[in-house]
Ligand binder design. Structure first.
Ligand code: CA
Length: 331
């Protein structure tokens, strides 16, 4: 009986191996994992034989929503549902959010908003295995295979270190993992065991996800208490030269103000700032971005993304203040 099972197993392994047979890089990759990172080659090959080639990974196209004008994008992401869901999430995780805010100096509302935009506060069902996507992109894609090969290496290094089967890391179509959607290399650099159970688990532990998002933003110079972004009014004829379409602040706010770009509110004129024009629902919107918005954009470099996180964080703060006034707590 045992022999029969072994035979069946060998058949399965052979069949899986065949899918990758044309790709001699597999053995080289596994040998390299052992010699460079100390992850046994046999283990790596076993994991790789367990992965499936996903056409989905190869047929990736740019997500159409990300290139929409800000006004339309905002309507998709800053919905009543997402704000209500965010309030529930906040109330249920307030202790960890506040602890992360204190330890890493990152606004608890921004942490919650990132998790809200990434995976709808962990409610979004991740159906893809990161290992499948990364192996497909690393070994079967003509483009960017070096990038995904590196990420696949990190996935296996983490799995070996955490003693987890890498095929249980659920993620997205590009191989990003868990609630915060970290690429494996970021998992290695910024992953935090925030619930203290000895493992960093971004797929199943929300406290770990919260701590890791905070550490990521802190490492990208989010500065607690500093402004993120503010809408502005423009006048005169010199402001246009400051419309650089870059999220990286390169001027001082006072220089923008001297050129007719006036923030709606009081801000330290010595702060680094940049002007960014967006297509809002009622025409052009002029925004002043500070360093903290740039820090958020290190999570995902699209302006719509950073603005969605900023806007959602503000809505969450309002909702939480309202809940506090009304005396509403987590169930
Ligand atoms: Ca943990």
């Amino acid at each position: 009986m045992k022999k029969y099972l072994l035979f069946l197993l060998a058949l399965t392994v052979f069949a899986r191996a065949e899918a990758f047979e044309t790709n001699k890089d597999i053995h080289e990759f596994a040998a390299n994992m052992e010699s460079c990172y100390g992850v046994p080659a046999k283990k790596v090959e076993w994991w790789l034989y367990g992965t499936d080639i996903k056409e989905l990974a190869l047929n990736r196209t740019a997500k159409p929503t990300e290139s929409k004008p800000w006004g339309e994008y905002k309507k998709l992401f800053i919905t009543d549902d997402r704000i209500r869901g965010g309030l529930d999430f906040y109330l249920a995780n307030e202790g960890d959010l506040i602890r992360a805010e204190r330890q890493f100096g990152v606004s608890r509302y921004v942490i919650a908003a990132i998790l809200g935009v990434e995976t709808n506060y962990g409610k979004y069902q991740l159906k893809l295995r990161a290992a499948d996507m990364l192996a497909t992109l690393a070994f079967n894609s003509p483009n960017r295979s070096a990038f995904f090969t590196k990420e696949l290496q990190w996935l296996f290094i983490i799995a070996d270190r955490e003693d987890v089967d890498p095929l249980t890391y659920m993620g997205s179509y590009a191989g990003a993992i868990g609630y915060p959607q970290f690429m494996p290399s970021n998992f290695d650099k910024f992953g935090v065991d925030f619930d203290g159970d000895g493992k960093t688990d971004l797929v199943r532990s929300m406290p770990d996800a919260i701590g890791s998002v905070a550490k990521y933003l802190s490492a990208h110079r989010f500065s607690f208490g500093d402004p993120i972004a503010v809408q502005a009014d423009v006048s005169g004829d010199t402001w246009q030269q400051f419309d650089a379409r870059s999220m990286r602040p390169s001027k001082q706010l006072k220089e923008l103000m001297d050129n007719g770009i006036i923030p709606r509110g009081n801000f330290d004129p010595n702060k680094k700032a940049t002007l960014y024009t967006l297509d809002g629902t009622d025409g052009k919107e002029y925004w002043i971005f500070f360093n903290n918005l740039y820090a958020i954009s290190r999570y995902n470099p699209r302006v719509n993304y950073a603005m969605a996180v900023f806007s959602l964080s503000q809505e969450l703060k309002k909702a939480v203040n309202w809940a506090n006034e009304e005396g509403i707590y987590a169930e």
